[in-house]
Design a protein around this ligand. Structure first.
Ligand code: XIL
Length: 441
């Protein structure tokens, strides 16, 4: 069984459907009943296991197999057959009240027989006290960007291991770090994070293969399209091969779309290679790892607007051309105001789900230069709730663990305090906001 499927899809109410995503490799998709509706009216519903779209090797069988499921599937996915994992009709419907029989509610009686913490095999004995236990209640992942240099700090490591079941290397897998000279690879930093994650039963998302920023000089200095294309394909092939089986997802292309949303960013890739480089990058990643989730990741495209529409149309086009893409990462670097609104983010998640694409909230932080911890908590809550209620949202990653190491420190203000733990690793109100969101509160 695919490790992600194993940890996420043991819920009793997941539906396993074998899907041939249009033009992508044959694979399995696990979709909740709501996500499979052709009318698309109600891609929602609190709780329930999220579905995986695309990729091969998702042969998980949560809760065993049962009767045949109905035809359905999001646009772009060709459902060949369905296997109902049991308890047909028991899923919470969109907007309906959480049913204690289908999804344990926080504060309500815990169904100790049905819910376990992610991967550790222990049955939850009461209300969850950690983020990962709360996220597991709705079969989502909760993660943070981690820095290898911090892992030797006891409080950092302990907080990450206790609270999280998902990790993204903040910088260690970027091109300038992994291939500082052409053909000379250094995976030591990424390997350290993978080792830490494996030791603590955490999944890892690779970040990132092709991005205009944090590029080594030798790439930035290329002037020939063939040289750049060859370098890109080789970089992807080497790095994805190195981490094959060790990461569940890759941010294949990062921030390729212009802020205006009218086209691609004017960077070395689009200039020398044209728009086709994105398709080529995803194909190279798939060739190097047939099972990993392939993600397009960007900021400013989380809710509604020109950039969000551009990303939507771009990934829709990729699917129609048979390009292997499985998910969109919504970075979510925000402030405490409801902008982009949680409603718009939910709608965006829904339309991407109707393409058959998973989503991640991939880099969330909420800067509060005015120190409004409660507004920050509400903001985290509302976005995490979007993910918990979107059947194809796989999890939430916060862009850092403790405020003291946030990449935003000193940017818009000295101490934007954008994360879930303060400088002393004490949980902030936002920690409770995230917990509550995963618990449907
Ligand atoms: C940031 C890191 O957090 C910093 O440490 C680094 O100096 C710059 O990059 N979008 C992304 C991330 O996809 O890789 C960025 O990470 C933040 C914005």
């Amino acid at each position: 069984m695919h490790p992600v499927a194993h940890s996420l899809f043991k819920g009793r109410h997941a539906r396993l459907r074998r899907v041939r995503a249009a033009g992508t490799l044959a694979g399995f998709v696990i979709l909740s009943a709501a996500a499979c509706r052709r009318d698309g009216a109600t891609v929602g519903g609190t709780g329930g296991a999220p579905g995986f779209a695309g990729g091969s090797g998702f042969d998980g069988s949560p809760g065993g197999s049962g009767g045949a499921g109905g035809a359905g599937g999001a646009g772009g996915a060709d459902v060949e057959m369905g296997i109902d994992a049991g308890d047909a009709g028991a899923d919470a419907d969109a907007g309906s009240k959480v049913d204690a029989n289908t999804q344990p509610d926080a504060g309500s009686k815990v169904d100790a027989g049905s819910t376990t913490d992610a991967g550790n095999g222990l049955v939850d004995a009461g209300p969850p006290t950690t983020l990962r236990a709360a996220a597991a209640r709705t079969h989502r992942l909760i993660g943070a960007a981690l820095g290898a240099a911090h892992l030797s700090e006891a409080a950092y490591a302990a907080t990450a291991a206790t609270e999280l079941d998902f990790a993204t290397p903040e910088n260690e897998m970027k091109w300038e770090t992994t291939e500082p000279a052409q053909g000379s690879f250094d995976f030591s930093g990424g390997d350290a994070i993978v080792a830490f994650a494996q030791a603590n039963d955490m999944k890892v998302k690779g970040h990132t293969l092709v991005w205009h920023s944090q590029l080594p000089d030798w790439v930035s200095n290329l002037t020939n399209a063939t040289d750049l294309h060859d370098a890109m394909i080789n970089h992807i092939t080497q790095e994805v091969s190195h981490y094959r089986g060790q990461v569940i997802a890759w941010d294949v292309v990062n921030e390729a779309v212009a802020d205006s949303g009218v086209g691609l960013r004017d960077d070395i890739f689009s200039e020398l290679l044209g728009a086709g480089y994105i398709d080529d990058a995803f194909k190279a990643a798939r060739a190097a790892d047939p099972a990993v989730l392939l993600v397009y990741n960007d900021y400013g495209a989380e809710g509604s607007g020109a950039k969000s529409d551009y990303v939507y149309n771009m990934v829709k086009g990729m699917l129609s051309r048979g390009v292997p893409i499985n998910a969109v990462g919504l970075q979510m670097h925000t402030g405490p105001a409801d902008s982009p609104s949680a409603t718009a983010v939910a709608a965006n998640m829904q339309r991407l789900a109707l393409l058959g694409l998973n989503v991640f909230v991939s880099e969330m932080d909420v800067q509060i230069c005015t120190s409004d911890l409660n507004a920050q908590s509400a903001r985290f809550h509302d976005i995490v709730a979007d993910c918990a209620q979107a059947p194809l949202c796989l999890g939430v990653t916060v862009w850092g663990l403790t405020d003291k190491y946030s990449w935003l420190n000193g940017m818009t203000c000295a101490t934007p305090q954008p994360l879930l733990f303060d400088d002393n690793y004490l949980p902030k109100p936002a920690h409770a906001g995230v917990m509550n969101a995963f618990l449907g509160l």
